[in-house]
Design a protein around this ligand. Structure first.
Ligand code: ZN
Length: 94
């Protein structure tokens, strides 16, 4: 799964950033560009991950939940099998 690759990359970026900030704190100079670059790429990774999560959510729509008793129901359910509440299809186009 591509998202775990991005998460790994994100982790690496963050730990590299941590190192750089600590080096700066100790008085190392000339690290601003590198910090900037890492911050930017981490931000991009974050956006990319958010988009992927969205795509995954679209591909795997959650099964309906009974609005009355919150029971999780099968995709095809028209009525709750526990309390009989009618399940409203909130995606009539699909
Ligand atoms: Zn119910």
């Amino acid at each position: 799964m591509e998202i775990s690759k991005l998460e790994k990359e994100m982790e690496n970026n963050l730990s590299a950033l941590g190192n750089l900030v600590f080096m700066q704190y100790k008085g190392e100079e000339g690290l601003e560009d590198e910090v900037d670059r890492l911050l930017q790429s981490t931000r991009e990774l974050e956006t990319e991950m958010a988009e992927l999560h969205e795509q995954i959510a679209r591909l795997n729509p959650k099964p309906p939940t009974c609005p009355s008793c919150q029971t999780q129901l099968p995709y095809v359910a028209k009525f709750c099998y526990i309390c009989g509440t009618k399940i409203v299809d909130d995606n009539p186009a699909g």
